[in-house]
Design a protein around this ligand. Structure first.
Ligand SMILES: Cc1ncc(COP(=O)(O)O)c(C=O)c1O
Length: 357
């Protein structure tokens, strides 16, 4: 694709048709970065790759009571969150199509990731964030030298402001733009390679707009299509009780997203009341025979304290996922291979953590 579009001409969502290939022998000889899956990434010319040699994050075994869960340490990315997966591929594509100014709206981490990769690529960048965003994320975005706009009101108000700006510049959105998902899909390639080119049984992932969950699903589909793996894992999405539109629709058996009244949550990264790709997310979870788990603020804080006491310095949004893991374990079967993730680094949320500790 060489047109700089980010959504369908009808105004709807745009997805990418792309034939990913996996020359396994070659892949295993390459550097341990997410770009080792080169033939599966939709950037034509290597000269356009914008990268910090990111990815191939550790898959570490963590004990929860009697059970082991494999945790992908995606808080260890260069900008401190998994969003770098999407940013490296999308910004490379932006460079390839010759765009020199991009716009993004974010609860903080996607903005920080985009700002870092825009700095590396010398591309102008405008980031819109809600005014309640953690100071650590704001400082990080500003420090990279991009234009930062704080928007009063809800996360949805921030999106509308960015969309207006996107009439003039390229909307490098982590939930509208299909190239972002073709970066986050590398999570699946890495997990399968780290498991000896096998699928886990279950994935437990945080969900706001679904930039991780949808990308991960695309990744498993591509591996299946190329006969690298034999099954797609069960997808368990985690949402905070205070803002759980997907979990609510799922439990009611609906195939639309019903508006919810959201309350504030410490898991700021997944405080999304009206996910644009909500129906896509519901379909993935249903098709995989998965489920949604809702977690309370108390459960998130308890999981946060527990993880940090074990030495994993993560942000509260990541702790929400772990609270979900803890709620899932009693219904898991013995021998079930469960993979989850730490999505964001604790250093981004010093103000919140200082209130807790
Ligand atoms: C740390 C962290 N985890 C998970 C998510 C959820 O990502 P998404 O909203 O794309 O589902 C975010 C989103 O900003 C995040 O910052």
């Amino acid at each position: 694709m060489n047109k700089n579009i980010w959504r369908c001409e009808c105004g709807g969502l745009l997805d990418l048709e792309f034939d990913a290939r996996f020359p396994l022998k070659e892949i295993t000889k390459r550097k341990e970065t997410l770009w080792r899956y080169r033939e599966a990434l939709p950037v034509e010319d290597d000269a356009n790759i914008v990268s910090f040699d990111e990815g191939f994050t550790p898959l570490i075994s963590v004990h929860f009571n009697q059970r082991n869960v494999l945790i992908k340490e995606d808080h260890l990315f260069p900008s401190g969150s998994f969003k770098d997966r999407g940013a490296t591929v999308m910004v490379s594509k932006v460079k390839e199509i010759g765009v020199n100014r991009i716009v993004e709206d974010s609860s903080g981490n996607a903005g920080a990731a985009l700002a870092a990769y825009a700095a590396r690529a010398h591309i102008l960048c405008d980031i819109f964030v809600p005014d309640y965003t953690s100071e650590g994320k704001l400082v990080q975005i500003r420090a990279y030298g991009v234009n930062l706009t704080k928007v009063k009101g809800s996360r949805e108000d921030t999106s509308s402001e960015a969309m207006k700006f996107a009439a003039k510049y390229y909307y490098a959105s982590h939930y509208w733009n299909p190239f972002f998902f073709h970066g986050t899909k590398t999570f699946s390639f890495e997990v399968c390679e780290q498991l000896g080119w096998k699928s886990p049984d279950t994935l437990i992932l945080p969900v706001g707009n679904g930039s991780l969950l949808i990308g991960v699903y695309i990744g498993f589909q591509e591996l299946m299509r190329e006969n690298i793996i034999e099954k797609i894992p069960r997808f368990i999405g985690v949402q905070p009780e205070n803002c759980a539109p997907l979990a609510c629709s799922f439990k009611k058996g609906l195939n639309t997203i019903i508006p919810i009244e959201k309350k504030p949550t410490i898991a700021e990264g997944i405080m999304i009341a009206n996910p644009i790709r909500g129906v896509q997310i519901l379909n993935i979870v249903r098709e995989s025979n998965g489920d949604f788990i809702e977690v309370s603020e108390e459960e998130i804080i308890e999981a946060l304290k527990e993880m940090i006491a074990m030495g994993f310095y993560i942000e509260p949004t990541s702790a929400a996922t772990i609270a979900g893991v803890k709620k899932y374990l009693p219904r898991s079967s013995s021998g079930e291979v469960i993979v989850s993730t730490f999505t964001g680094h604790g250093l981004k949320t010093t103000e919140t953590l200082s209130k807790i500790f």
